[in-house]
Design a protein around this ligand. Structure first.
Ligand code: PNW
Length: 482
């Protein structure tokens, strides 16, 4: 190959995995077809349409339940090594419990697994991507520790039925996002704004559920199936607003511990991060609570959770600037996790925006995040399982290409210069889909979907061709992405 006129060209390691990602509720549609039960997102969008930008829902979405063959043909054409997708819990157990199995749903996923296998595409499978069976949401959802038992029954069934096809399992997708948006705000399902409590109870139940799912796999399936199990974590990179001000540096570190550390610390080091215990316990006491708003792990639970991540599944989209706002012994009237951190977030005006309100293009933040995770948790194997960019349905999506190019260059730098172990990268997303509270307004796909057409016509974007080319050449031009 002749690199001459292309500036500096970097090559990915031979074993680096390229893939794309989706999730069940966002693409499948068929919300009540063939025996599927109601999920909390069905319930949420049907009952509170005004909470979704375009008052839409994912009753039909991309209709991938009926069109998966077409979707897999794109995966084949792209020549990805793997496809990350999720299994819909209420499609398997319509009421959330294992007393009634929906075999049509089971057979759907088996058909997908078989097709992927035929094309040599590795499935990377998320067991739960936010579509909780509604009967379990009625019990309090992720604030109720009983959910751990129901989740255990569901994952055991999935390991039994699908385990022969799967080497990479993800138990839960981005609990940070849902514990903030769904249990400390009304933005995402279930919309329970349980200020100052929801954020921590939700994390507590997710961690216990993940650890149970991990141990079930290790104890009952690992010997025959030899797969790896992880929980998918995300966080924005947190940069001090003023790097030369020590209080800003501490505020950024504190924010990382309250978000990524809230999960990473119990998983790798045991128990909540010290700063989280200190701040929440102190403020709870000063606010007159009889017990801390932070639920406590028993020593058995600490041991049960520690060491349950075979690889670090990392999603990264964007960054924030952080500055301190108050001493945690002050400003006690408002009870919220934000006040427990004592910080405010902003953005750098030089960061290019996307069309999505929260998403700015900050590629070096991914490299910083990789390094932070590596340093905190003793160099785990990192698998980037989501990274992507929002626009308004442009086919010539050069801003997306620019975003992806930058993030992949910084991933390479983390591998080559910082000597971190990053084993692969999944682009979010294969195609446009239901973007939660943004409905269909924001598009993340490298394939456009025409949601107003009868056949939900799929059209490849410029970024699709760009990614296809990258996968083929395994090289990338990083000259403009220092
Ligand atoms: C992820 N943030 O959510 C989800 O896993 C996907 O289902 C979703 O479609 C995708 O990212 C794009 O939004 C996130 O505010 C939502 O930093 C919000 C943030 C990050 C991830």
């Amino acid at each position: 190959i002749n690199f001459v006129s292309f500036g500096r060209t970097d090559k990915f390691p031979d074993n680096f995995l390229f893939g794309v990602a989706t999730s069940a509720y966002q693409i499948e549609g068929a919300w009540n077809q063939s025996g599927k039960g109601e999920s909390m997102w069905d319930w949420f969008t049907h009952n509170f349409p005004e909470r979704i930008q375009d008052t839409s829902n994912a009753d039909i979405a991309c209709d991938s339940y009926n069109r998966y063959e077409e979707d897999v043909s794109f995966l084949k054409d792209l020549n990805v090594s793997f496809y990350r997708f999720s299994i819909s819990w209420p499609r398997i157990f319509p009421n959330g419990q294992n007393n009634r199995v929906n075999w049509e749903g089971v057979n759907y996923y088996i058909a997908v697994f078989k097709l992927l296998k035929e094309f040599n595409i590795e499935p990377v499978v998320t067991l739960y991507h936010w579509d909780l069976p509604q009967p379990l949401n009625n019990l309090g959802g992720w604030t109720n520790p009983l959910l751990v038992d129901y989740f255990a029954n569901y994952v055991r069934f999935c390991y039994e039925q699908f385990g022969q096809y799967v080497k990479y399992w993800i138990t839960l997708n981005e609990p940070q996002t849902t514990c903030i948006n769904g249990y400390s705000s009304t933005e995402f399902a279930p919309g329970y704004n349980i200020k100052g409590l929801g954020f921590y109870y939700c994390a507590y139940v997710h961690l216990l559920a993940h650890a149970r799912a991990y141990h079930i796999y290790k104890d009952e399936f690992y010997e025959t199936q030899q797969g790896k199990v992880s929980i998918d974590l995300t966080m924005r990179w947190m940069e001090p607003l003023n790097k030369s001000d020590e209080s800003h540096v501490l505020a950024a570190e504190r924010t990382l511990q309250f978000t990524m550390g809230l999960y990473g610390h119990p998983l790798y080091l045991g128990d909540w991060p010290q700063i989280v215990k200190d701040n929440v316990d102190k403020r709870s006491e000063l606010q007159g609570y009889a017990r801390s708003r932070l639920p406590k792990f028993t020593s058995e639970q600490i041991d049960f959770i520690k060491g349950t991540n075979d690889y670090f599944a990392l999603n990264y989209y964007t960054s924030n600037l952080v500055y301190p706002t108050h001493d945690i012994t002050e400003d006690l009237n408002e009870t919220s996790y934000g006040k427990d951190m004592g910080v405010s977030l902003s953005i750098d005006s030089s960061w290019p925006s996307s069309t999505s309100s929260w998403l700015y293009n900050v590629p070096y933040g991914l490299r910083s995040m990789i390094n932070w995770v590596a340093e905190q948790y003793d160099n785990p194997e990192i698998f980037i399982l989501e990274n992507g960019f929002a626009d308004l349905h442009t086919l010539d999506d050069y801003d997306r290409i620019n975003y992806l190019n930058g993030h992949l260059c910084h991933t390479l730098r983390a591998i080559n210069e910082d000597k971190r172990t990053v084993i692969g990268y999944a682009l979010w997303s294969l195609m446009d889909n239901f973007e939660w509270s943004d409905g269909y307004e924001q598009s993340f796909g490298i394939i456009a979907v025409d949601f107003s057409s009868v056949n939900l016509t799929r059209t490849v974007r410029a970024s699709y061709e760009w990614y296809k080319n990258l996968i083929e050449s395994r090289t990338i031009d990083c000259e403009d992405f220092e």
